[in-house]
Design a protein around this ligand. Structure first.
Ligand SMILES: NC(=O)c1ccc[n+]([C@@H]2O[C@H](COP(=O)([O-])OP(=O)(O)OC[C@H]3O[C@@H](n4cnc5c(N)ncnc54)[C@H](OP(=O)(O)O)[C@@H]3O)[C@@H](O)[C@H]2O)c1
Length: 271
């Protein structure tokens, strides 16, 4: 049984651990660390997994080590492991935004198996979208194990180069917030035309959920076609969509996504 260590008991690692246990991974094959005891002990109690104060002890125990600390701590944590643990044959998985493979690699050994992932927040619900990129030292069986872990949090997409991490950041990484902004704007206007706060929230969330599910459940239909299907000529939907296209919504989305991509690159280069 593959043993998995989670370095850091924060939000992202907690989401992955929850998914693993829900999907039947034995709790005794999972260990979590965290400097402050409260978080790691809470996760340990919730899921029956092991916990340790010492990252090195957890790394020693595991075959796969998930680095769930803030990006600026990754190199420090990895350097300490390299000094104190025999890391040969182990696979390191970073969930950190903006921490390049070369930096993680230089903190470990140059031939260490390393995977970079870019999850998003719906991973907490098992509805995440994660991009994965593995360096050339990750074996086929390690890839399969990492895939099994990530799949516990939702869908995943293997990326062919590390640049794919920045590209996926501007689509699914930051994407939930784009939809939140749209839903916020709709909720605001629903209130303005007389619906209560709770009614406005219900109207917007159910509409978003329904629209997303129509896309999911009709994989053979283009999204543009789904839109056309609900847009009668001269009708209400067409009146609204004309305003959105006149206001250049599609161009604005493109500009916004380009800004997220540029920022992801900038952050990676400055890390
Ligand atoms: N949350 C997301 O949706 C999301 C999405 C994409 C990527 N990520 C990436 O996921 C990583 C974690 O993010 P998060 O949101 O889960 O952050 P978080 O909730 O702050 O978790 C980070 C955890 O790391 C612990 N920690 C600090 N120093 C440590 C050390 N030396 N050894 C072990 N653990 C240590 C912290 O403990 P204390 O609190 O006790 O200091 C904290 O519990 C980040 O790199 C972020 O870029 C997150």
């Amino acid at each position: 049984m593959t043993k998995i260590a989670f370095i850091g008991a924060g939000n992202m690692n907690a989401a992955i651990i929850g998914g693993l246990i829900k999907n039947g991974i034995p709790a005794t094959s999972v260990i979590v660390t965290n400097p402050s005891p409260e978080k790691r002990e809470a996760l340990s109690a919730q899921y029956g997994i092991l916990n340790a104060a010492d990252n090195n002890e957890a790394a020693e125990f595991a075959d796969i080590i998930i680095l769930g600390v803030k990006p600026h701590l990754i190199v420090e944590v990895c350097s300490a492991m390299k000094q104190n643990v025999n890391i040969e044959g182990k696979c390191f998985v970073s969930v950190a935004a903006g921490c390049l493979l070369k930096d993680i690699q230089s903190a470990l050994n140059t031939d260490t198996a390393i995977v970079r992932t870019m999850p998003n927040t719906p991973s907490q619900l098992g509805l995440g979208m994660t991009g994965i990129y593995a360096n050339e030292f990750v074996s086929a069986s390690q890839k399969a194990e990492v895939e099994k872990i990530v799949a516990c949090t939702g869908e995943l997409l293997w990326l062919q180069d590390e640049n794919g991490i920045d590209r996926i950041t501007c689509v699914s990484g930051s994407g939930p917030a784009y939809f939140f902004l749209f839903m916020e704007a709709m909720e605001k206007h629903a209130r303005a035309i007389g619906f209560s706060d709770s009614e406005s929230r219900l109207l917007v969330q159910q509409t978003a959920l329904g629209a997303a599910n129509m896309v999911v459940q009709n994989p053979e239909v283009e999204i543009a076609q789904l839109r056309t299907n609900v847009t009668s000529k001269g009708g209400t939907t067409q009146a609204a969509l004309l305003q959105l296209t006149d206001g250049k919504l599609p161009e604005l989305v493109e500009t916004a996504m380009k800004a997220a991509f540029d920022r992801a690159k900038e952050m990676a280069n400055n890390s």
